[in-house]
Design a protein around this ligand. Structure first.
Ligand code: PEP
Ligand code: MN
Length: 354
């Protein structure tokens, strides 16, 4: 159920409707839009009892949402969600493309700084790096943990780049939430419902990767877990799915971008690195991702990929990343997008402009 408020409903009227929903034993999710506020209702087992909601002051109408995902749906919020980063001009969603670049794993301080310097110079606004790694083999490098998070905090301080890094479980989520600007939940955890709920309790953007075999509905329902706990800053990311094709590591399903954009207001990024697994496929698929309308790119970059402790074969060189940025810049206007170059950080936010 969804309560649609009138265009000029006052904050007091909106609050009164939320209070009434609470009293009915449900949870209210006010979603302000450009034209009007809609209030999503969750916490019901079956049909929501409309009670007297329709009669409350400022209410335009009460409508049923038939889709399984509600808060993620465009029915609740027509406008695209734009996520902002306090003290900076960086955004994810909306007209500006968001570029997240960096190594698969943080391996040591020198490696992380060398890569961060080059991705910042090429104009990325976000730096990625794994501290806690979900590896297929228990014998493979598992990440540096807390030490990696501290290195990334230094990178934010030094270059202004905002930090994206993965939380693997409840324990790492606590640490990641303390250091990161965006918490990544990986493909293998897309249906780790208790982790999704815990991330939903935080008030920090969550980048949710599509599971290896997830349908569109399963993907949006995973996002719904986070939203339903009151964290509305969810970023979706297509990273390829498992198919019979073996010329790439995964099959990058770019058609999910317009499918998500039709169904949901949440931003959707594309990860051409895990989506192909091969360096020579990363630039062509990035061009295609921007052309198809993705809200941004998450890409693995390494200055010495042959020595990388994880995902070397799919990591592009910094020079290729610089070229990628030039190509994105040229394609962006065709799809009414802009590529911002570099991040501007308020002096008060404690980092240098790049
Ligand atoms: C990663 O981003 O390094 C990663 C492990 O991604 P995914 O969850 O998509 O495999
Ligand atoms: Mn990786």
């Amino acid at each position: 159920m969804l309560v649609v408020m009138k265009a000029h409903a006052t904050p007091e009227e909106i609050q009164a409707v939320c209070d009434q929903i609470d009293r009915m034993g449900y949870r209210a999710h006010p979603m302000p839009g450009a034209q009007r506020t809609a209030i999503g209702i969750t916490g019901n087992q079956g049909e929501v009892d409309r009670g007297n909601l329709e009669e409350l002051s400022g209410v335009a109408e009460v409508i049923r949402v038939s889709k399984a995902y509600k808060l993620a749906s465009r029915d609740v919020k027509e406008e695209d969600t734009v996520i902002r980063f306090a003290g900076t001009d960086a955004t994810i969603g909306g007209r500006n493309l968001a570029i997240i670049a960096g190594p698969c794993s943080i391996e040591n301080r020198e490696q992380a700084f060398a890569i961060a310097e080059q991705v910042a110079a090429a104009g990325a606004q976000f730096f990625r790096g794994g501290a806690y790694k979900p590896r297929t083999s228990p014998y493979a490098f598992q990440g540096m943990g807390l030490a990696a998070l501290r290195i990334m905090a230094e990178i934010r301080e030094h270059f202004g780049l905002r930090i994206v890094t993965e939380a693997l479980d409840h324990e790492s989520l606590e640490h990641v939430a303390e250091y990161a600007d965006v918490i990544q939940i990986g493909a293998r955890n897309m249906q780790n419902f208790s982790l999704l709920k815990q991330a939903g309790k935080l008030r920090k953007p969550v980048l949710l990767k599509r599971g290896l075999s997830a349908t569109l509905e399963e993907f949006l329902m995973a996002a719904e877990y986070i939203l339903s706990e009151g964290n509305y800053e969810v970023i979706l990311c297509e990273r390829g799915v498992r198919t019979f094709a073996d010329h790439t590591r995964n099959t990058l399903d770019l058609s999910i971008v317009p499918a998500v954009q039709r169904a949901s207001h949440l931003p959707i990024l594309v990860d051409p690195s895990h989506g192909t697994g091969k360096r020579d496929k990363v630039l062509p698929m990035t061009r295609a991702a921007v052309a198809v309308g993705a809200d941004g790119i998450l890409v693995e970059v390494h200055h010495q990929p042959e020595k990388a402790l994880s995902d070397g074969p799919q990591s592009i060189y910094p020079a290729q990343f610089a070229r990628m940025m030039d190509e994105i810049e040229q394609i962006a206007p065709v799809v009414e997008r802009t590529l911002p170059r570099g991040i501007h950080v308020d002096a008060a936010a404690g980092a240098h402009d790049s």
